[in-house]
Design a protein around this ligand. Structure first.
Ligand SMILES: *Cc1c(COP(=O)(O)O)cnc(C)c1O
Length: 317
């Protein structure tokens, strides 16, 4: 297989009894946050393919980009250290706190470039590296291109195995969408392996429905398969005040879910996606169906700012 083997796969699926009883339906969660320790979350599945490709092309430096607290950037830093590759992370914005993913990036030896213009900074860096005889490999933001999406095509096969072993069928799958590689891989596999029978819902944490429909189609253009892309469901109503921004009631919701389930979602991706998922459970989905939510990780998204808000809520009670 043309991929590295890094993550702990397959990740487990659990039925969440407390929420299933409460909402009168069948709620399951696939714990992709269990994919590993420092590399936990969805990005490792994409990196297994992307970094294989980089090594295959004899590249010796990985360059990628993202927000200052990017989970993808951190996972790239870890994998670089594992395979003895140099790693440059071009992060949009400036350092606020040396914590969470940023701390991990540097702990694993990645070099950080803070910028307001990611594209220009990457080009400049690429030129510099070529000048000193290095061979850089550029991984797009979030690892979201067709190669990266294969990690989630493969993840879908784990879902099918779970169904077979447990004699159950999922009718819907819901996940957070931030750069669309995860969604694209699952959508592709559902079309190819299940004749599009499941409904795949992406809950956006940053961009519009139109933006993501276009992005998913773009990613899947590189596939040799003929893929019907007319059933891409994106909901952009749960972004709240913006990417990595939150309201007190959102944080309260994540803490409530944590107390009911033993699962703490992150405030940046999975928390918002789970709000969208529960809203669909209440207003849209058929209660007789089986509903699967993908926990894509992101625990380091609990930055100091978010933890302070959580502290107020917790101590208030
Ligand atoms: C990146 C990320 C996502 C979004 O996945 P995309 O493939 O970028 O759409 C969801 N959850 C977490 C925790 C992430 O880090």
């Amino acid at each position: 297989m043309n991929k590295l083997k890094i993550g702990n796969f397959p990740t487990p699926v659990y039925k969440i009894d407390s929420l299933s009883d409460y909402y009168g339906t069948n709620i399951y969660i696939k714990r992709d946050d269990f994919s590993g320790l420092e590399v936990s979350g969805n990005k490792i599945r994409k990196l297994e393919y992307l970094v294989y490709d980089a090594i295959d092309k004899e590249c010796d430096v990985l360059i990628t980009s993202g927000a200052v607290q990017s989970n993808h950037a951190r996972a790239t830093a870890v994998v670089s250290a594992m395979y003895g590759l140099d790693c440059y992370l071009v992060l949009e914005g400036e350092e606020k706190e040396f914590e969470g993913n940023l701390f991990l990036d540097e702990a694993f030896g990645a070099k950080i470039i803070f910028t307001n213009n990611v594209k220009d900074s990457i080009e400049e860096l690429e030129d510099k590296l070529y000048d000193i005889g290095k061979k850089p490999y550029i991984i797009p933001m979030g690892g979201s291109n067709y190669i990266g999406s294969k990690g989630y095509f493969n993840q879908y096969k784990e879902i099918l195995s779970y169904e077979n072993e447990n004699n159950i069928k999922f009718d819907t799958i819901t996940l957070a969408i931030g750069s669309a590689g995860t969604y694209a891989g699952i959508y592709h596999a559902n079309e190819k392996l299940s004749a599009g029978k499941k409904q795949i819902y992406g809950i956006s944490v940053n961009n519009s429905e139109e933006f993501f429909i276009k992005k998913v189609r773009e990613i899947l253009k590189d596939s040799k398969d003929e893929i019907d892309t007319s059933k891409i469901y994106i909901n952009d109503k749960f972004i709240g005040p913006g990417y990595a921004k939150y309201r007190k009631e959102d944080i309260e919701f994540y803490l409530n879910i944590a107390r009911k389930t033993g699962i703490l979602f992150d405030p940046c991706y999975t928390g918002k996606a789970f709000e969208g998922f529960i809203s669909n459970i209440e207003n849209k989905f058929d209660k007789r169906d089986n509903h699967l939510f993908i926990h894509t990780g992101g625990i380091f998204g609990w930055t100091k700012e978010m933890r302070e808000m959580a502290k107020e809520i917790v101590r208030e009670k």
